[in-house]
Design a protein around this ligand. Structure first.
Ligand SMILES: NC(=O)c1ccc[n+]([C@@H]2O[C@H](COP(=O)([O-])OP(=O)(O)OC[C@H]3O[C@@H](n4cnc5c(N)ncnc54)[C@H](OP(=O)(O)O)[C@@H]3O)[C@@H](O)[C@H]2O)c1
Length: 361
């Protein structure tokens, strides 16, 4: 039997919004929040929503780099830029990169019909695990901008929909460290799923947040018979030293991943048969072809980077005749927050590095 679903059937109950948040969309009507230009960021929770006081935004790295470059690296100008975007759109959705980030804050109100996740109650501090590109956000003030981490202290409120995911902040890690890890939780979780014993894994942008967690996770998965190769733009950085000292990588290639031929030239020595899995963790555009050239036929490239162009990847692979699987960087995988935090806990040296770099100074 054919069932016809018209507007009357799809209407949400009084007091509740749509579980995916479409009731918050101001422009264009009918869109879902991520695709929308502008959201209603009013700080009142519908029955199936949660209202949070926002303390810190973690702007995703591709977006933060673009904003920082546009503002000459000036923290005050970066703050003003973010405030202007949020005032205009009701969400932190960078119109240039199309990406967002996530927030940490405190639960102020849980609607009567909202079933809290993770046993969360009013007053708890949580990290949002959905993108700021779809999160209704209202900012009263920007308090400070950390240009080295992309973390922005703010005063404001945010709404999480019924479908929104979030996690209670762990007790055993500094809040800013947890924020840095949870922002990129999808990367180590996907590596854990995809990498198999004995395989070769290549991580591009290996010395950033997601890159380091991916290398540590890849090392665990491929085991002693496998191989992990990292690609970093500069030699001798503390993160590069950590990768080598802790054996997270067998080989470190120092190359600009935008230079596909330079990367290709380095592969025979580092991974003669190329990689079964390539994980792209960079925060700049133009690295699709290097990722593709590092991957063997039948392998997988996981484009975690938000600077990835779908057309450059698809046409690039076709152009060089590579029969590979390419995964769009879905930042969500079931249990990803737990996997990412556990990766840090299992690797004390990595935990120390994150603490030194990301814990509030
Ligand atoms: N899929 C998702 O859900 C999701 C979620 C969060 C973030 N992201 C995206 O994932 C990417 C990585 O995020 P992150 O937080 O891990 O960033 P990050 O900590 O800033 O790391 C980025 C790394 O890329 C390296 N890099 C930059 N240019 C390079 C080049 N030309 N060649 C080789 N390496 C280069 C950087 O090296 P230097 O620091 O030495 O320049 C840095 O180590 C970003 O695009 C971010 O927007 C995706």
């Amino acid at each position: 039997m054919t069932q016809i679903l018209d507007d009357a059937h799809l209407a949400t109950p009084a007091g509740s919004g749509h579980r995916l948040g479409s009731h918050r969309v101001l422009e264009p009507k009918g869109a879902l929040p991520q695709a929308a230009w502008k959201l209603d960021n009013a700080p009142r929770a519908y029955d199936n929503e949660m209202l949070c006081r926002v303390e810190t935004l973690n702007i995703d790295s591709a977006s933060f780099k673009q904003i920082s470059d546009a503002c000459g690296g000036d923290p005050a100008a970066i703050g003003a830029h973010i405030l202007a975007t949020v005032n205009e759109r009701g969400k932190q959705h960078n119109p240039v990169t199309g990406s967002g980030g996530m927030f940490i804050g405190q639960v102020l109100e849980i609607g009567a019909a909202h079933e809290p996740r993770d046993g969360v109650t009013t007053g708890d501090r949580i990290a949002s695990l959905v993108s700021l590109t779809l999160t209704p956000l209202r900012l009263d003030a920007i308090e400070s901008v950390d240009v080295t981490t992309g973390q922005v202290r703010v005063r404001g409120t945010a709404i999480l929909f019924e479908s929104g995911i979030y996690a209670r902040l762990p007790d055993d890690l500094p809040v800013d460290v947890a924020l840095a890890v949870l922002d990129v939780a999808g990367a180590p979780a996907q590596v854990r799923r995809l990498a198999k014993p004995g395989q070769t894994v290549c991580v591009i942008g290996a010395d950033g947040k997601s890159g380091l967690l991916s290398c540590a996770q890849a090392r665990e998965q491929v085991g002693p018979t496998g191989c992990v190769v990292g690609i970093v733009p500069h030699a001798g950085t503390p993160a590069s030293k950590l990768l080598l000292e802790q054996d997270y990588v067998d080989t470190l290639i120092v190359a600009d991943a935008r230079d596909a031929l330079a990367v290709l030239a380095a592969t025979p020595a580092a991974m003669p048969e190329l990689a079964d899995l390539v994980v792209n963790c960079v925060n700049v555009a133009g690295t699709e072809l290097a990722s593709i050239l590092c991957c063997k036929d039948g392998g997988v490239v996981y484009f975690f980077s938000m600077s990835t162009s779908f057309t450059a990847a698809a046409l690039g692979a076709e152009g060089v005749g590579k029969d590979i699987m390419m995964m769009v960087g879905n930042g969500y995988a079931k249990g990803h927050a737990a996997v990412a935090l556990q990766t840090l806990r299992d690797h004390p040296a990595l935990k120390d590095y994150f603490a030194a770099r990301y814990a509030a100074r």
